[in-house]
Write a new protein. Structure first.
Length: 248
């Protein structure tokens, strides 16, 4: 969006004039199609010390009513979706950052890093023979061999950045925004924030069109009460200029 803003647009809508001051990073996914389902855990798995900051989720558990054999060549029984959140650190196979790898190299690196974390103690959770195919997010583009570009960077919240983020309704009557840089209660780039930003944009459309339909509901982010004492400790340490207790 920042690259599309002309001087005329910035003058007409000052609230979007500073989008280029927001910071972004890469977080894109790759899917592995397996001949046998690999549940791993109920929900997300986080590989904390993986060089490329991987997280994964096994899809089958959420699609219990779907017959996977009816898709593709009928051989797929499980899908492992993986997010790559660190694209600038060297990998374990080629010693290169993900953004400097080819698509095939990215696949090999991610698969290897997953096996390093899951195939432990003699157990073989991920078996090469069960990997049928894979799919890398198409927003990772390769204009030149080994040089990747990202068509969908992710907003990173930094101190002071809220002032540069617009509301869904900006100064232009016929332009509404629904993206991770829109101000939301959720206030972080995630699917919940994307959903909220979309609902805010929907309400703008309803208002602009004088619709009598009920507006989409909005609600503040609720944090678990049990986190409050930990947050208070963190606030005190920050005030004393002490590092986080896990880093101390």
């Amino acid at each position: 969006m920042a690259s599309l803003l002309t001087d005329e647009l910035k003058h007409a809508a000052p609230s979007i004039a500073n989008l280029d001051k927001l910071q972004t990073r890469w977080m894109n996914g790759i899917q592995f199609y397996l001949s046998q389902d690999v549940p791993i855990v109920n929900g997300h798995a986080i590989y904390l010390d993986s060089p490329w900051a991987l997280t994964s989720i096994s899809q089958r558990q959420f699609w219990t009513g779907v017959d996977f054999s009816q898709f593709g060549n009928g051989a797929v029984r499980g899908i492992l979706s993986v997010d790559i959140s660190e694209w600038r650190e060297p990998g374990v196979v080629y010693g290169k950052p993900a953004q400097d790898c080819t698509a095939i190299q990215i696949q090999e690196e991610v698969w290897t890093q997953l096996k390093q974390h899951l195939n432990v103690g003699g157990a073989v959770t991920l078996d090469d023979a069960k990997l049928l195919s894979w799919f890398l997010d198409q927003d990772i583009e390769f204009p030149n061999a080994g040089t990747a570009a990202n068509a969908e960077p992710l907003l990173i919240n930094t101190a002071g950045s809220l002032q540069y983020r617009p509301e869904a309704q900006i100064e232009l009557e016929n332009l509404f925004l629904a993206s991770d840089y829109v101000r939301t209660y959720t206030d972080i780039a995630c699917m919940e924030a994307a959903n909220e930003a979309a609902r805010r944009a929907v309400n703008c459309v309803l208002s602009a069109s004088s619709s009598t339909s009920a507006p989409a509901q909005l609600w503040p982010l609720e944090e678990p009460v049990f986190l409050k004492p930990l947050q208070e400790v963190d606030r005190i340490r920050f005030g004393l200029r002490l590092p986080h207790q896990l880093a101390a």
